[in-house]
Design a binder for this molecule. Structure first.
Ligand code: UDP
Length: 241
């Protein structure tokens, strides 16, 4: 499958459907490399405009899916319409749904203490037969890193889901990718929080109305400042055309 990429403010984002994203990732798992997958929403792309390290990581990632209405809008506005949004949360669920049949092992790293364990319990309830081979919370000191890496390597997952927030999860994965040698690693932001019920996803009508960003902003008032990235993103995309 040839994957087309669209340059949005210097970040090259793959133009593809959820089905194609899942197929591509299954291919990475079969190839046994160490692929890094990022889910690019407007906020992440905006950050990459002033965080060169993040931009380099995203542009060297094996797959960058268009997470969020802003990313899909930008591609269309720039003249490269994308088939659909591929939200990180949904992508992780699709991979987990397919994992039992494929005999794949998954590791959950990140979020506050207890959250990854609750997310694991939910995954076991939702996807019977799923094999979550390890969990580790995302609040650690530099001196804990060696032990975390050893635990992941020892568990030998096919898929590593990392929820440390942007850009920490992307930088951590990039720095340790060779050593971890996991076929597929994905930064999944607040996904374990949503699975565990600590945080709610926007109702479907709001997702369809492309208002998920507004829902997140209202639910977590501390994020209101972060919402400003959206109008800035729209202005920058318009200027870049
Ligand atoms: N998180 C973590 N370690 C940290 C900072 C954050 O494990 O040092 C977790 C946090 O508990 C949350 C997740 O990272 O579960 C994602 O945070 P956020 O919702 O801010 O994600 P973003 O929108 O940046 O992807």
């Amino acid at each position: 499958m040839s994957l087309e990429k669209v340059d949005i403010l210097g970040v090259k984002v793959n133009s593809l459907t959820m089905t194609e994203a899942v197929e591509t990732i299954e291919g990475f798992i079969e190839n046994r490399g160490n692929a890094l997958i990022a889910t690019a929403n407007a906020e992440m792309i905006m950050r990459a405009t002033y965080d060169d390290e993040l931009k380099t990581i995203l542009n060297s990632a094996d797959l960058v899916v268009p997470d969020g209405a802003g990313t899909v809008w930008a591609a269309g506005y720039l003249g490269y319409p994308m088939p659909e949004r591929v939200a990180g949360y949904d992508l992780a669920q699709e991979l987990m749904k397919a994992a039992p049949e494929r005999g794949q092992k998954i590791y959950f790293f990140g979020s506050a203490p207890g959250v990854a364990e609750s997310a694991k319990a939910k995954a076991e309830e939702w996807y019977p037969g799923i094999n979550i081979v390890g969990t580790r919370n995302g609040f650690f000191k530099p001196e804990d890193e060696a032990e975390i890496i050893a635990d992941i390597k020892n568990a030998d997952p096919d898929i590593l889901l990392v929820a440390l927030g942007v850009p920490k999860q992307e930088k951590w994965l990039y720095a340790h990718k060779q050593e971890l040698n996991v076929p597929v690693s994905i930064g999944v932001g607040g996904s374990f929080d949503v699975m565990a019920g600590v945080m709610q996803r926007a109702p479907l009508w709001m997702q369809k109305a492309k208002l998920e960003w507004l829902f997140r902003g209202l639910k977590q008032p501390s994020r209101i400042g972060r919402l400003m990235a959206l109008p800035k993103f729209v202005i920058e995309v318009m200027k870049s055309k």
